[in-house]
Design a binder for this molecule. Structure first.
Ligand code: BGC
Length: 446
């Protein structure tokens, strides 16, 4: 039995995926190379040398996948559009065959009564743009706006709301500061222009979307940051981390200014040009996408490097990835956002939330992922508590519809409601799939 929660009328239920993680078909119908195609073949970059070359073969099996979504009773499907399918060289010629795929997908979704919620960039940058500097280059922001025009020009008539970027924080930190993700640069704080140029790209793309009368969202990875003690050094370190992870990406969007990054000894003057912040905040947001996985506990730095230390959260369960399970962190995050940004905070949609579990298909053919059910139930309840405390939350999209290519972890971390056998491509709905369907129908029935 699922617990029925007090959620606003019209609350929307969905699932999320991303192009490189599910599509496969990396060399079909004129798709260009992406930074992930290059990164995955670097020795040691991805666990066991896994790649997204086939992934879930969603490119060919999207009908089967949409049927699974319809069966769930979803309101929305958040997927991402692969820029190198649409503009293979990153700029210039548009590949109509690439857009055809997304048109087929969108039409299939609409026929199933599911609203498409596309993300325009979920980390698979065209390789040619990387060769010109990737997001370190200001020019990439302008190319992103052109690509947005190509996609929205084709699909905008059927798709009301669009997410510009997925998690610019994670892309900057993992891709440019630490080199754990593509493009594999390890520049530490010199990666900062990659944040600004992504935000500028968001602002320019938002103008394009507005021109088509479409709604604009962005999906940020956000975390409530807790100091490990009330010692002023721990509190200051937590504030510094919060500025980097959360405020660096929300203050410019919602307040039109960057937070103070003095603790990092960095200035934004070098790459922020006059008028940029007006572009970033100017179009406004119709909704803020929140991707939440866990809170962060921070102590004062132990060495001379960064102005904080990330410390483990003790006494809680952990996912297969080792991430702490703290459902109330989602309520804390949402209430904190409302307190910080007040009327400037647009309506929120949870655009990702989920957990990895070492799922296996049992001898009876079932996948009993009780851990995931408890994780999701706890987080949906946390959303309801945030709503009760006055936060305007409009929907919840779980990560993910199905097991998929989990970036540097390859196929080792399974986040899906549906199990995927990557040898056979067989899809097996897990216990959490049945649970989510029941949850949705219980809320629909009222
Ligand atoms: C990303 C997804 C990823 C998930 C789990 C998010 O940071 O947007 O692409 O699979 O977390 O790691």
């Amino acid at each position: 039995m699922v617990k029925r929660l007090e959620l606003p009328v019209g609350f929307r239920w969905g699932v999320s995926t991303a192009s490189y993680q599910v599509e496969g078909a990396v060399a079909e119908d004129g798709r260009g190379r992406s930074i992930w195609d290059e990164f995955v073949v670097r020795p040691g970059a991805v666990k066991d040398g896994h790649t997204g070359a086939v992934a879930c073969d969603h490119y060919h099996r999207y009908r089967e996948d949409v049927a699974l979504m319809r069966e769930l009773g979803l309101d929305g499907y958040r997927f991402s559009v692969a820029w190198p399918r649409v503009v293979p060289g990153g700029s210039g010629a548009v590949n109509s065959a690439g857009l055809d795929f997304y048109e087929r997908l969108v039409d299939e979704l609409l026929a199933a009564g599911i609203t498409p919620l596309p993300t325009l960039f979920h980390w698979d940058l065209p390789q040619e743009l990387e060769e010109g500097g990737g997001w370190l280059a200001r020019d990439t922001a302008y190319r992103f706006a052109e690509y947005t025009e190509a996609v929205v020009g084709r699909l905008g008539d059927r798709v009301p709301a669009w997410i510009t970027l997925n998690e610019p924080f994670v892309h900057m930190v993992y891709g440019y500061a630490l080199g754990i993700h593509a493009p594999g640069r390890a520049m530490m704080l010199d990666a900062l222009p990659a944040a600004h140029h992504q935000l500028l790209g968001h602002g320019l793309a938002a103008e394009v979307l507005r021109g088509h009368g479409r709604q604009v969202l962005i999906a940020n990875n956000l975390t409530p940051v807790r100091p490990s003690s009330q010692d002023p050094a721990d509190v200051a370190a937590a504030e510094a981390y919060d500025a980097l992870h959360n405020r660096l990406f929300l203050d410019p969007l919602l307040l039109g200014r960057y937070p103070d990054l003095g603790a990092f000894g960095v200035e934004t003057e070098g790459f922020v040009r006059e008028g940029d912040l007006a572009v970033i905040s100017g179009s406004g947001l119709d909704g803020l996408g929140v991707n939440y996985y866990n809170p962060t506990l921070i102590s004062a730095p132990v060495d001379e490097g960064l102005p904080f230390t990330d410390v483990p959260i003790e006494g809680v369960e952990r996912t297969a990835f080792g991430w702490p399970v703290v459902p109330d962190g989602l309520r804390e995050l949402l209430v904190g956002l409302r307190e910080r940004y007040g009327a400037a905070l647009p309506p929120v949609t949870i655009t990702e939330n989920g957990c990895s579990v070492a799922d296996e298909v049992g001898p009876d053919g079932a996948v009993d992922d009780r851990f995931r059910i408890d994780y999701l139930a706890g987080h949906v309840e946390a959303v309801a508590r945030a709503v009760a405390e006055g936060v305007d939350v409009r929907g919840y999209y779980t990560w993910s519809l199905m097991d998929n290519f989990e970036w540097a972890e390859g196929y080792h971390q399974r986040f899906g409601l549906v199990h995927v056998d990557f040898e056979t491509q067989r899809r097996t709905p897990k216990a959490s799939y049945a649970w989510y369907r029941e949850l949705i129908s219980a809320h629909r029935a009222c």
